[in-house]
Design a protein around this ligand. Structure first.
Ligand SMILES: [Zn+2]
Ligand SMILES: [Zn+2]
Length: 375
């Protein structure tokens, strides 16, 4: 047993690779780990074999997935009887060897609302969520078992219409209790095709990690069209110090994440600032606007979007532009030249922007200043 623990510990310290695609540029010394931490296979109510989930994730250049089979619900039990609840993870984990993808062991604790559904990831044994009679543990015991295994526990789809007829995420006493006892660590603000501003506020007010997941049951392409980047599967990006399981799990517990959903980037203000600083640059091209060879104080500024998501910007500064309105959209991985009428010739310019598609709270978007030095 001791030996097994040692091997498990070693495993968490090994670097895992990176997919071929960079979604967002990260700062020096940080890694943005792309993750889909809520996925189903035939081992609960999904329609595909675990190896297909691995292949889909590799093709989508995702760094980390978790197959989170329902403990309480196995719709294919008649055809696939599988008393060992670790099988889905074992099959995917065995298949993924030597590939740039980390498969994290997880499960979905599936109870009626309240409390609802919860994912526990970084578990080491899903069978321990059952009692001697092979009955799934009741909620409090299951949450305690997850925490005993050192799992990161998050609340799934708190705004699901099947549980909340008005689609509004809210805390019941049982949720407040597990938050107060530090047994709950995160919350989905995005699940499949839905986004909850109320869940985002719950995350911010209760210091829960912000997550977005596909919760996919069918083939990923049937739910999300990979050809259109604006209709990709929802992903959580974990801002990690290293490409190790240990460092990634530490970052999850710390709440260092952001979510990419449609064209939206969703997260805590301090984290979205890091994303914006590294993926949106503004540089001076000098006072060389010379369409009629007579302009003196029209500054050419290059705005560049380094990321996979568009930048939807509203300039809120004092100047007007020569060719654009104050609403500017920069397509993924592209740039735009704008001409700022600065009246006087400046040596430096501060450009304040609201990033309309960077969401930092209910009805709140990120504001940033771009400092531009002019030669
Ligand atoms: Zn669920
Ligand atoms: Zn699920």
């Amino acid at each position: 047993m001791k030996k097994l623990k040692y091997i498990l510990l070693l495993f968490t310290l090994i670097n895992y690779g990176q997919g071929v695609k960079t979604f967002f540029e990260s700062p020096e010394g940080k890694f943005f780990i792309s993750a889909d931490l809520h996925i189903h296979t035939v081992f609960s109510d999904g329609s595909v074999w675990p190896t297909i989930r691995v292949d889909e994730a590799l093709r989508d250049s995702i760094d980390m997935i978790s197959l989170t089979e329902h403990l309480e619900y196995q719709s294919h039990l008649r055809d696939i009887p599988h008393p060992d609840r670790n099988r889905s993870y074992q099959i995917a984990g065995g298949y993924v060897k030597n590939q740039p993808l980390a498969v994290v062991h997880g499960t979905e604790i599936t109870k009626p609302m309240p409390p609802g559904h919860f994912n526990a990831i970084f578990i080491n044994d899903a069978n321990k969520f059952f009692d001697k009679e092979k009955k799934a543990l009741e909620f409090n015991k299951a949450i305690k078992e997850a925490n005993k295994q050192g799992a990161f526990v998050f609340w799934n789809h708190p705004h699901w219409e099947a549980n909340r007829k008005d689609g509004i995420a809210k805390l019941d006493p049982i949720h407040k209790e597990i938050i107060n006892k530090k047994l709950l660590h995160g919350i989905e603000v995005v699940n499949m095709f839905t986004f909850s501003e109320e869940a985002l506020d719950i995350a911010l007010e209760n210091d829960l990690t912000i997550l977005g997941t596909s919760d996919v049951h069918v083939l990923i392409d049937w739910d999300f069209n990979n050809e259109r980047e604006s209709y990709h599967r929802p992903l959580t990006f974990i801002i990690s110090e290293n490409r190790t399981m240990k460092s990634t799990s530490d970052a999850l517990f710390k709440g260092d994440t952001f979510v990419w959903y449609h064209d939206l980037i969703i997260g805590k203000e301090e984290n979205l600032k890091i994303v914006a600083e590294n993926n949106f640059t503004a540089t001076s091209e000098g006072y060389d606007y010379d369409f009629f060879n007579s302009a003196e104080s029209i500054l050419k500024v290059k705005l560049k979007n380094h990321s996979v998501a568009p930048l939807k910007l509203k300039y809120t500064g004092e100047y007007t532009f020569h060719t654009e309105f104050n609403y500017i959209e920069i397509a993924p991985r592209s740039e735009l030249e704008i001409y700022v009428k600065t009246i006087d010739k400046l040596e430096k310019l501060v450009m304040p922007f609201e990033v309309l598609n960077y969401v930092i709270g209910s009805k709140k978007n990120l504001k940033i200043n771009k400092n531009i030095s002019i030669q």
